[in-house]
Design a protein around this ligand. Structure first.
Ligand code: FAD
Length: 263
């Protein structure tokens, strides 16, 4: 029975107004946005969609949603279960919450080793908050699996995956033996939206909770030291051109742009 693990992260809602985005510089943490719920990272629900398309063709495929994060991350697992995934694994341990990218991959790898055998691990090409784009490849390295990045189409059959990858100037098709890791991109298409019936069914699906001690991990072994976290200040200088006519205003604008060496 094919088994796909989708690594899904929860992020602050990217649709929230930029003015609401705040960090605690002393604690070096992103603050929750008041009144706006965090959401699954966009590329990660696209990853779930990729897994569901494989399951659409091979019905006995099992899809496990794997996430590392605090209590609120359970909503993200439930959303993916409502999309059609089968089960969830929530690594929820305060000692692991401040993991850097390396430690995140290490913790996810330890959890996957607990739920093996696995044929395919799907990650987003990058998380839409920190945008590092490294967890998928690091996870592959730690698992000893091949990795194919930035996929727009994923097919799995006969012990191999066939992936159409996005290039700067087109696409290429590559294959890898399973088990392997694939990171997906938005070119794959829109993730399906759960219907009310699926949301109710998701409430009954199993979510297993793991802690560091279940994984034999004693705290996040970070390799990166976060020196500072801040929202950069942007200064906007606006100059209004006063003129009696649109023609005169246009001429003055052209002169100002030339003086500023912009034209
Ligand atoms: C020193 C340090 C301290 C940090 N402290 C915090 C903190 O306190 N709180 C905090 O929220 N962040 C913290 N971060 C950020 C955190 O390390 C990253 O969010 C996380 O490690 C993944 O990096 P990324 O989001 O850039 O992942 P990417 O490499 O961009 O992610 C690629 C893919 O990996 C998978 N993935 C990534 N993270 C997870 C996850 N948690 N669960 C499941 N799948 C995942 C997803 O499929 C995702 O699409 C800290 C970072 C550093 C360097």
């Amino acid at each position: 029975m094919p088994h796909i693990v989708c690594c899904v992260k929860q992020v602050p809602d990217p649709e929230a107004p930029a003015s609401q985005f705040k960090v605690d510089e002393a604690a070096k943490k992103v603050l929750p946005i008041p009144g706006i719920q965090p959401v699954p990272s966009q590329f990660d629900t696209i990853g779930v969609e990729a897994a569901l398309r494989v399951k659409d063709k091979v019905a006995d495929t099992t899809i496990t949603i794997l996430t590392l994060g605090p209590d609120a991350y359970r909503d993200t697992i439930k959303h993916c279960l409502a999309m059609g995934a089968d089960e969830g694994v929530h690594i929820n341990d305060p000692a692991l919450n401040e993991a850097d990218h390396w430690a995140t991959a290490e913790i996810l790898a330890a959890a996957i080793k607990k739920i093996e055998p696995v044929d395919l691990i799907i990650c987003g090409r990058q998380a839409v908050d920190w945008d590092m784009g490294v967890v998928g490849s690091t996870l592959a390295e730690l698992m000893g699996f091949p990795v194919i990045t930035i996929a727009k189409e994923v097919q799995m059959e006969g012990g191999k995956v066939t992936v159409e990858r996005v290039l700067l100037d087109g696409f290429e098709t590559v294959e890898a033996p399973t088990p392997c890791v694939v990171t997906v991109s938005n070119e794959l298409g829109e993730p399906r939206y759960p219907q009310l019936r699926q949301i109710m069914q998701a409430a009954r699906k199993e979510v297993v909770t793991m802690t560091g001690s279940d994984l034999g991990i004693d705290g996040a072994k970070n390799r990166i030291n976060l020196e500072a976290l801040f929202v950069p200040e942007t200064a906007v200088d606006t100059e209004f051109i006063e003129a009696d006519s649109a023609k005169e205003a246009g001429e003055q604008l052209a002169v100002r742009l030339r003086e500023a060496k912009l034209i």
